[in-house]
Structure formats: structure tokens, C-alpha cells
Design a protein around this ligand. Structure first.
Ligand code: ATP
Ligand code: MG
Length: 455
């Protein structure tokens, strides 16, 4: 499956070209940091390499500032010196010789001691011993992620590519390094899809066979399930989760999320609905933060019963808050849509009441399922209604002579509904409205529509 590059070939790798890429793509302070790292390594008699995603992306002309450095030598001693010289701080050192160095201004470097690892049995935690950069690269997932760039002075910018990563990058291929790779670490089954999808690459044929074989016997235990969840979060946050899900389905990977999940016509429709909804939302409200991954995850779990959904959320160690959002997005959808689909003129306050208790993720999930009428109602709510505020606040109510208390929230809600429906337009209108309906002496007057009555 894998042809090794000859050393001669390796030397031919165009150092000047890599240097050029580094100069043009990396901010000056990152470039200088890498130079300093190489210098420190040289002084200590070590070799330092830039490794992983940053190398892969540099070669594609993409700026990726996730700096991973592998050191042949004492990784921790190197990290300490790097922190010391460049006014950084070393954190999180481990017995595996890894550490993180952070610098003022937000730069961060992951340092690892170049290492090899072997697995006592499939999916076990790796046993680690220090080794050479070649062994370090061999334990990585795919050829395109197993290249490194020398940082030591004199060799700074030299690409080290033992496994043909550069050629695979040119061809647009995701290729595993050895046949046991997916059994050693089943999260790679998902990483293959993630990288293929992100860069529009194809999974190499033999690698795909290995995935299909591994899928039959791979297992995610408590330790690996969190890493699987992290991979899924990345896949669902990336450019085209629907295509990635389709690819996962083709490789029979969805069963690891839940055995009853399918990618059929119905789930495709919902997922496409989510995609369209999110495109609209992101264009309309670019500054608003939402958990996109959560919405896709919820859509994928949609065919499961609430009990199965809960169990899956717990298996993946989702927070209670996120679990609740997924459940609400499913349970509430049909009733809310029914309400929004009612024919005839609907008061804005009614749309507002129908949606006001939903946070954005469940709301967008409801929108993803909606047909035209309800969709327009939700868009109206998001674009306009939720922006509406009353002119009066609690202090104003007190000034109007009302007794402070829990009823203030109710009064302000009523006022908001009146404003949404155009029954009050100005601050004076609001004062008048409050006087008329809630004024001192009138506070106990009945007959008002209860503001927070359920739908
Ligand atoms: P991204 O741009 O998404 O961060 P990345 O390649 O940097 O992509 P990371 O998950 O940050 O991915 O990992 C950094 C590097 O560590 C990878 O490029 C790869 O060499 C190695 N790596 C990460 N996870 C695995 C794994 N499960 N098995 C083998 N190697 C891995
Ligand atoms: Mg990374």
C-alpha cells in the first residue's frame, strides 16, 4: 500500500519552495517562533520538526496556525527553554513528553517528544516510548498528516516525507499508513471521512477496504467514545456535514452513533433542511453564535425514540443542556409547526408566544422541518419579532406607582405583546396601556388575557 520515499528523493524536496510558502502564509511572529524553536533544538543537540495539520495545510497554501512541534530529544526540556526564551508559559506537561507552551498575544505551541507507540491489543491506549521522527510519523493517521518540516538552522524548511504524503496531497487522496491503522484507533475511521470531505479528497481504495473491514469489528469503549464525539463535532461543524454523513453511511459508520440510524430519504430531507436553514441563518445573522454540530447531531438522531436519544446523548457525554435542546427540538416540533401553519391572519404576538421559549438550536431544528407558511413565521420571528423591546422597564413601572413584584415581568410581557401587535407604538402609548390595564387600583382587575398562558 505504501511506497517509501528514497532519501535522495527526499533531499530533492524543494526547500526554497517550502520556505517561500512559510514566509507568505505565516504571520511574521509565527515564522520567527519556528526559527527560534529550531535554534533552541540545535543548541541542545536535538532536532525539531513542524508536524501534522500545519504542514499539510502549508503545502496546500492554507494558513493553519495550530503549531505542532515534534522533538527528537527531550520534549519537555525543549518546551521549557522555548517558554523561557520567548516569554511564554509551559503548561500541561505529561509523562509522554508532551507539553503546551502559550505566549502573550495568544500563540500556542504543542510540543511532543518524537515517539513511537504500539498497541497491546486493538483500541487499547498506546504504550509510548521515545523514538525517531520516522517512527513518530508512522504512528500518525494518514500520509497527508505524516509529513514534517525540519526547523533546525541550516535545514530549516526541509520537508521530510517518508510515506508519500506530498504526492497524495497532490492527487487528493486520503491513505492510511498501514493495514492495522483503523483497528489500532477506530476514531481514524471518522477522521478519514472528515479530511476527505474537508478537502474534497477521495479515500484511497485499499484504505476504504480497511475501513470497511475495521467497521465490522471496531468498538468504541468509554475511553474512545469521547474522542469519537470530538471527531463528530468537527465533522458536523465543517463545510458540508450532509455529504460527510452520506459518506459515513456508505462506509457503515453510522452504527457507531446508534444502530438504528439510517441515511434514507427521510433523514436526507431533514438534513438538507438543516443545511438550508443554517445557510440562511448564518447569512442573516453572521454574528450570532450557535452550535451547528448540535443541530446536525439532533437531525441524525431524529428517528430514535426520546429514550434512545437520551441514552445516546449520555453515552457521548453531552451536557444536560445540549441533551435538553435535542429533545425539545424533536418533541416540540410538531405542535409548534401546527400552530404556525394555522390558516388566516396570525397576530405577531401569537407567533412570538409560540417560539419565545425555544433557544436557537431547537428553533432552527423546528425551522428545518417547516413548510413554507411556518418557515416564514419563524423567519419573521428571527428577523423582527425577537428584536422588539418595550420602551418601559421595571423602573418606569415603579415611577407609574405600581408595586414592584413578580407581576412586573407579566406586565412587561403583556406590553411587549401589545407592541408586537401594534396596539401600542410610542412610549406614551405604553404608559397609557399600563395605566389603563394595570394602573394602581386596577392591578387586581381581571379579564385580561393572561400573558403567559400556554398555547
Ligand atoms: P485539524 O486542521 O482539523 O486540526 P489536524 O491534522 O491538525 O487537523 P489534529 O486532530 O489537530 O488534526 O491532530 C494533529 C496531528 O496529530 C494530525 O495531523 C495527525 O498527524 C496526528 N493525529 C491526530 N489524531 C490522530 C489519530 N487518531 N491517529 C493518528 N494520528 C493522529
Ligand atoms: Mg490540528
Amino acid at each position: 500500500m505504501l511506497r517509501e520515499r528514497s532519501p535522495l528523493n527526499r533531499q530533492k524536496m524543494c526547500k526554497a519552495h517550502i520556505l517561500q510558502l512559510m514566509i507568505s502564509l505565516l504571520p511574521g511572529k509565527v515564522f520567527r517562533l519556528l526559527e527560534a524553536a529550531g535554534k533552541i533544538a540545535g543548541e541542545k543537540g536535538y532536532a525539531a520538526y513542524l508536524v501534522g495539520g500545519m504542514v499539510r495545510d502549508l503545502l496546500q497554501g492554507i494558513a493553519n496556525l495550530d503549531i505542532d512541534i515534534a522533538v527528537e530529544g527531550e520534549g519537555i526540556a525543549f518546551a521549557e527553554e522555548l517558554a523561557h526564551r520567548l516569554s511564554g508559559r509551559m503548561q500541561g506537561k505529561t509523562r509522554f513528553g508532551t507539553a503546551i507552551v502559550t505566549f502573550p498575544g495568544g500563540l500556542k505551541v504543542d510540543v511532543a517528544t518524537a515517539r513511537s507507540e504500539y498497541y497491546k491489543y486493538p483500541a487499547a491506549l498506546p504504550e509510548v516510548r521515545s523514538g525517531s521522527i520516522k517512527e513518530d510519523q508512522f504512528r500518525r493517521d494518514f500520509t497527508v498528516n505524516a509529513m514534517s518540516i525540519r526547523l533546525n538552522p541550516g535545514e530549516f524548511g526541509t520537508l521530510i516525507d517518508f510515506f508519500g504524503g506530498r504526492e497524495d496531497l497532490k492527487k487528493g487522496v486520503i491513505r492510511a499508513l498501514h493495514k492495522g491503522s483503523f483497528l489500532d484507533d477506530p476514531t481514524r475511521i471518522f477522521r478519514a471521512v472528515r479530511f476527505a470531505e474537508r478537502y474534497g479528497f477521495r479515500i484511497e481504495k485499499r484504505t476504504e477496504e480497511l475501513i470497511k473491514e475495521a467497521v465490522k469489528s471496531a468498538m468504541f469503549d468509554e475511553l474512545t467514545i469521547e474522542r469519537l464525539r470530538d471527531e463528530l463535532v468537527l465533522i458536523f461543524s465543517d463545510k458540508n456535514p450532509v455529504r460527510a454523513i452520506e459518506k459515513m453511511a456508505g462506509l457503515h459508520e453510522l452504527k457507531f452513533i446508534h444502530p438504528r440510524i439510517r441515511f434514507d430519504k427521510k433523514s436526507r430531507k431533514l438534513l438538507e433542511g438543516v443545511k438550508e436553514t443554517l445557510i440562511w441563518f448564518k447569512n442573516s445573522f453572521p454574528g450570532e453564535k450557535i452550535n451547528i454540530w448540535l443541530i446536525y447531531f439532533a437531525a441524525l438522531l431524529d428517528r430514535l425514540t426520546p429514550e434512545e436519544i437520551r441514552a445516546t446523548c449520555r453515552r457521548f457525554l453531552l451536557s444536560q443542556k445540549n441533551e435538553a435542546k435535542i429533545i425539545i427540538g424533536k418533541k416540540e416540533a410538531s405542535q409548534r409547526l401546527k400552530e404556525l401553519n394555522k390558516k388566516g391572519k396570525v397576530n405577531p404576538s401569537r407567533i412570538y408566544k409560540c417560539l419565545e421559549d425555544l433557544s436557537l438550536e431547537p428553533l432552527l431544528l423546528v425551522m428545518a422541518r417547516a413548510e413554507k407558511e411556518a418557515r416564514e413565521g419563524i423567519a419573521f420571528y428571527l428577523n423582527e419579532l425577537r428584536q422588539v423591546k418595550t420602551k418601559l422597564n421595571g423602573t418606569d413601572l415603579r415611577k407609574l406607582g405600581l408595586e414592584p413584584g413578580p407581576q412586573f415581568a407579566r406586565i412587561l410581557k403583556e406590553l411587549l405583546y401589545a407592541r408586537l401587535d401594534g396596539r401600542v407604538k410610542s412610549k406614551e402609548d405604553e404608559v397609557e396601556y399600563v395605566r389603563r390595564n394595570f394602573g394602581p387600583g386596577d392591578m387586581a382587575v381581571g379579564g385580561l388575557e393572561p400573558a403567559t398562558r400556554g398555547l
